[in-house]
Design a protein around this ligand. Structure first.
Ligand SMILES: Cc1ncc(COP(=O)(O)O)c(C=O)c1O
Length: 434
């Protein structure tokens, strides 16, 4: 099967995500035949280093023997069963483990990130209704936030290119100043800026608490906004403010959970416990679709009743799929047995030392947090993002700039030689496209 053949068929039959399909006339699809570690290989045998972990999901490499084996074993016993009225070992064990890791003891499952956002929003609203506060129906989020693309998730997302077209279909939500330190004024520290943004949050919440159900936030890094990073003091203040005014805090850790920011969950760095935590992406090591909303006992108890309509009657067919849960369980096991968080610190130090070479290029805000690196390129080329992507492919990298922000979010198993390759080829790709 040649690249050309497969991509022609794909253009006819597959409607690709997040894509103006016509652009593929100029920027052809890349047909992938297999993966191994950090590498993807196309149908002509060319290899690409997956610097974006296949949309931020892959943690321990493609074709990972331990994850494959766990899924195979699960396949031999139970592939799927309805989770309404039934249960099974992998979903119970996973829920217990996540409760232990987060302190949030009730796990509600779905299959993708946007569904987790929907669930958290609906649960928050329904909690207040069950608690005799039916006027608390509104949500707030940060400027430049991204929480997914279904209608409810999009209504708390603040990225114009995804949102504007669908505006007539969406509920209104207010956006709070983003603590992303790129927006700080000259000379203002990251912490002072975060505190200033938190003050604005408090001013808004103090005035609107009676009608607010929840504040949803991406802890520490607004990834889709171009890896906008901020000081953890913001999370601490957001928690205090939400508690003070009785507004739920929803931590959307869909992109940053499972070690991406250096700790297992980003909330740990603000020493906070949210009312809801949304998880997905890395939860199965990038193997199978799974998402979960974790909630506190207090939330759960507000639904526990003889009246059916006070229960949370939301559902998805594949809720708690055993194969996906088995992938998630082995992913957690690998974190523990292989001491991943400590090893990632060593890897991060290596990337940090290597990436200094990029300062030769016209870049701003070279930044890093955990296993995410980013910088903003001052390019004259208005098509920088697309051209850099295409140049990187030629160099053997899957690199997807967000606007003029170039970032790396590689699988955690990347080794030093592969880091060298990633840095060198990124440098070349940028040089050839600015
Ligand atoms: C913070 C955040 N929330 C939600 C989502 C949506 O997840 P999904 O694409 O699985 O629907 C994403 C996806 O990038 C995300 O980064």
């Amino acid at each position: 099967m040649t690249n050309q053949n497969l991509l022609n068929r794909s253009m006819q039959a597959v409607w690709h995500p997040c894509t103006q399909m016509k652009q593929h006339e100029a920027y052809p699809l890349v047909p992938i035949s297999h993966g191994e570690g950090v590498w993807l290989t196309d149908t002509d045998g060319k290899r690409y280093l997956d610097t974006v972990s296949s949309w931020w999901v892959n943690l321990f490499g493609h074709n990972n023997p331990r994850i494959k084996e766990a899924i195979k074993q699960q396949l031999d016993t139970l592939e799927h069963v309805i989770l309404a009225g039934f249960t099974h070992e992998p979903v119970v064990e996973l829920s217990e483990k996540l409760a232990k890791l987060t302190g949030l003891g009730h796990a509600f499952y779905a299959s993708d990130g946007a569904s987790a956002t929907e669930i958290a929003l609906k649960m928050s609203f329904h909690y207040w209704r069950n608690s005799g506060k039916p006027k608390k129906i509104n949500f707030i989020s940060l400027q430049h936030s991204y929480h997914g693309e279904t209608l409810g998730a999009l209504s708390v997302t603040d990225v114009a290119i995804f949102k504007d077209t669908y505006a007539p279909l969406l509920r209104q939500s207010a956006q709070m100043p983003s603590p992303d330190f790129r927006f700080a004024t000259a000379g203002e520290s990251e912490e002072a800026f975060a505190l200033r943004c938190a003050d604005a949050l408090e001013t808004y919440i103090a005035e609107h608490a009676h009608e607010l159900a929840a504040f949803i936030v991406e802890p520490l890094i607004q990834c889709a906004a171009g890896m906008g990073m901020y000081h953890p003091i913001y999370l601490q203040r957001a928690r205090e403010i939400c508690t003070k005014y009785q507004v739920h805090l929803i931590a959307d850790e869909i992109a940053v959970g499972f070690g991406r920011t250096g700790t297992m969950f980003a909330c740990e760095q603000g020493s906070i416990k949210p009312d809801f935590m949304c998880l997905s992406k890395g939860i199965t090591g990038g193997y199978l679709p799974l998402s979960v909303v974790l909630a506190t006992d207090e939330i759960f108890q507000a639904f526990y009743d003889d009246i059916i309509a006070r229960g949370f009657l939301h559902s998805h067919s594949y809720t708690g799929n055993p194969l996906a849960c088995s992938a998630a369980l082995v992913t957690l096991a690998i974190f523990e047995s292989d001491n991943i968080l400590a090893k990632n610190q060593e890897k991060a130090a290596y990337v940090n030392s290597k990436m200094q070479v990029l300062t030769d290029l016209p870049i701003d805000y070279l930044r890093h947090q955990g296993m995410i690196w980013a910088f903003d390129v001052r390019a004259n080329n208005p098509k920088f993002s697309k051209d850099c992507y295409a140049q990187a492919l030629q160099q053997g990298l899957l690199l997807r700039p967000i606007g003029n922000t170039v970032y790396w979010m590689p699988p955690y198993i990347i080794n030093e030689a592969e880091i060298d390759f990633m840095v060198e080829k990124t440098y070349q790709a940028i040089k050839n496209s600015i």
